[in-house]
Design a binder for this molecule. Structure first.
Ligand code: LRH
Ligand code: MN
Length: 388
């Protein structure tokens, strides 16, 4: 029998990290639609992240992206975040927007370019020393567009050398989250295209290197929860970049395109005992709100992850094990589907009420007037964006 009080405690203790860049303008190669009220500075992005935490109660950290969130004083930025009730989370590097990185960053044939890229990774650790962040999130757009363009093995050697130098610079409580992505912007071979490549590099580096699963970075039809189960068993799963997609790296709201997949992923997390923040997985969002209002979209995304998690926590584990061990295919599936088909919104409303929050965060946000306030206040200046 499921212990509902334990389920509610686990949901109240859930922690989801928001991405600073999701509060800024974003789009596609066709168009970036600017929105009124979008933040102009890292401080304003952090203020918006604090509002997501104020209404959800489970999003107390915000990931930064360098140089999009570059400031003169990271200790001051961290103190500002603290004053709003949030902390600075993962530090994301960016070696995908500089002209020098056309043929690659840490994998570039030119050693001077590799040096420049590696120095950026080391600079990011310097920033972590100031913000108190544990996680260095590395994603490399590195890859090639045509067979023969470069040597696949030489590029792996170059990548390994840069990762080694970066890993050796980490402080005792710091770690690497190594993200993979099947394609884009490279369209023939990406240097870290899949979980296996990231996992192999993390094994080569050491225990402070773990894999980051971005749910939008797989070939269609990939069984992501299998990757989760496998990496948990290997103690090499460090983080998620949650979003959803219908086709490619669409970066839509987590759970919007495939709530059943998100449930299956969170079930493997619960089954692996990895939901508790103490286990150490960083559950992050990585999304772009190209046409929808950004703050309510992020609040909705946090709620979608909470709903998937609540359903996963309601799986009758004893009944499932009994059916699985007796080879009862239909009953096994039925036990999981019973949980998935459970309406957990009343349960989550109770959890929020117990936390002193409004049971409906999106409605509460709309009533707060914050959206109207930032539209009125944030006039002039340059709106934040990817600047691509
Ligand atoms: C790459 C990615 C990566 C971030 C970027 C904003 O597609 O998922 O995690 O650096 O988006
Ligand atoms: Mn990502």
């Amino acid at each position: 029998m499921t212990d509902l009080a334990a389920v509610k405690r686990a949901l109240a203790a859930q922690r989801i990290e928001t991405p600073s860049w999701a509060f800024g303008n974003s789009g596609t190669r066709f168009k970036v639609f600017a929105q009124p009220g979008v933040p102009r500075t890292p401080h304003e992005k952090i203020a918006d992240a604090a509002v997501v935490h104020r209404f959800t109660g489970v999003a107390p950290t915000v990931a930064l992206h360098i140089p999009w969130d570059k400031v003169d004083d990271y200790a001051e930025l961290t103190a500002y975040a603290k004053s709003l009730g949030v902390g600075v989370g993962a530090i994301n590097t960016n070696v995908f927007q500089d002209d020098d990185y056309k043929l690659g960053s840490v994998t570039n044939p030119d050693p001077a370019v590799r040096r420049k890229a590696t120095d950026h990774l080391l600079e990011a650790i310097g920033i972590m020393d100031q913000t108190g962040s544990r996680d260095l999130k590395l994603w490399f757009s590195d890859g090639i567009n045509y067979p023969g363009q470069d040597d696949l093995t030489n590029r792996q050697d170059r990548l390994a050398a840069a990762l080694r130098e970066t890993y050796d610079r980490l402080g005792p409580d710091q770690r690497i989250l190594l993200e993979y992505k099947l394609f884009e912007p490279a369209f023939y071979a990406t240097d870290i295209p899949d979980w296996g490549t990231s996992y192999a590099h993390c094994l080569e580096l050491g225990e402070k290197a773990t894999v980051c699963i971005d749910t939008g970075h797989h070939a269609p039809g990939t069984n992501i929860e299998f990757i989760v189960a496998f990496l948990l068993r290997q103690k090499k799963l460090g983080a998620f970049d949650f979003n959803s997609r219908f086709y490619a790296d669409d970066d839509l709201m987590a759970g919007a395109a495939d709530p059943f997949q998100l449930f299956r992923i969170m079930y493997e997390i619960v089954r692996g005992g990895a939901l508790d923040p103490a286990y150490g997985i960083n559950f992050m969002l990585d999304q772009c709100h190209n046409i929808e209002a950004k703050i309510p979209a992020i609040i909705r995304s946090v709620m979608n992850i909470q709903e998937a998690t609540a359903k996963a926590l309601l799986v009758d584990r004893d009944a499932l094990a009994a059916a699985q061990n007796s080879g009862d295919v239909l009953d096994s599936n039925a036990v999981l589907m019973d949980a998935y088909n459970t309406d957990v919104r009343p349960l989550l409303a109770e959890v929020r009420t117990d936390l002193g929050l409004d049971p409906d965060p999106v409605a509460a946000y709309k009533r707060s007037g914050y959206q109207e306030q930032i539209v009125a206040d944030r006039v002039g200046g340059t709106q934040a964006g990817w600047g691509a």
